[in-house]
Design a protein around this ligand. Structure first.
Ligand code: F6R
Length: 246
């Protein structure tokens, strides 16, 4: 694991954006794995700036999002499809046929998972995957005790995840309890991974991911086994990493 500790959220976002820009310059038809939530918003803002300055072109880029809530239509303001439009896609020249998010409203959810996994394989796999981390150590929506062999599948969200996501909804009862998520195996098949974490509330999960035992109880700990992972964390999120690991 390549661990980069930066001062704050903005520095984390800029550093991650530089790595993404490098990836796209090196391979203009890169397949990117994208995430939602608060963590990557600054990265997306930086990427939009680089695009507007003419430094990168998304015309040949393909993108696959990690996850989507079940039962939210893409037009729902809290769906991840809506989030991606507002925070990235509508500001850049990525082609609509080139970005993919699991459908939360597909009639046959298992079939949708198979379709999504096959689409990633058809694209040649993911070159660079961005990840956030949940306070419980989840990546994507792979909650504690997930099987490391899981591919894209339907997940029940953890109580902690539902509570954490309640901040985006008017009422905690409105937070979806289920989602479709790439599995740990799907994520581990990415050729490169960048995980971002900011803030003291992520410090325990980050410390466990880097310095703890590799265990499904802390899904992100599996990243210790990936040959090309860069962890970019701000000082608060890094504050509990054992010194032997830095
Ligand atoms: C989002 C995702 C989640 C988030 C994680 C952290 O697509 O898959 O794993 O990355 O829940 O969320 P934030 O960034 O809101 O703290």
């Amino acid at each position: 694991m390549n661990i980069i500790i930066v001062k704050n959220y903005n520095d984390m976002s800029r550093k991650a954006a530089h790595l993404f820009v490098g990836q796209i310059l090196q391979k203009p038809d890169s397949v990117l794995g994208l995430a939602t939530g608060s963590t990557p918003v600054g990265l997306y803002t930086e990427l939009i700036k680089f695009y507007k300055e003419g430094m990168i072109d998304f015309n040949d880029v393909q993108a696959f999002n990690l996850d989507e809530y079940l039962e939210l239509k893409p037009s729902h303001e809290q769906s991840y499809a809506y989030f991606m439009q507002k925070n990235l896609f509508e500001h850049i020249n990525i082609r609509p046929e080139n970005y993919h998010i699991p459908s939360g409203t597909a009639n046959y959810q298992e079939k949708e998972c198979e379709r999504y996994e096959a689409l990633i394989a058809e694209a040649g796999g993911i070159d660079l995957q961005i990840l956030g981390i949940g306070r419980n150590g989840h990546i994507g929506f792979n909650e504690p005790d997930i099987k490391f062999e899981a591919i894209t599948h339907v997940v029940q969200l953890d109580e902690q995840t539902i509570n954490d996501n309640a901040r985006f909804f008017d009422n905690i009862d409105d937070v979806p309890k289920t989602a479709i998520s790439m599995g740990i195996k799907t994520i581990m098949q990415s050729r490169g991974i960048i995980l971002l974490a900011s803030g003291i509330e992520k410090a325990d999960a980050v410390a466990g991911m880097i310095g703890g035992k590799i265990t499904p109880e802390l899904p992100a700990s599996v990243l210790q086994l990936h040959p090309n992972v860069t962890i970019i964390v701000d000082e608060a999120a890094a504050s509990k990493i054992p010194s032997k690991n830095i």
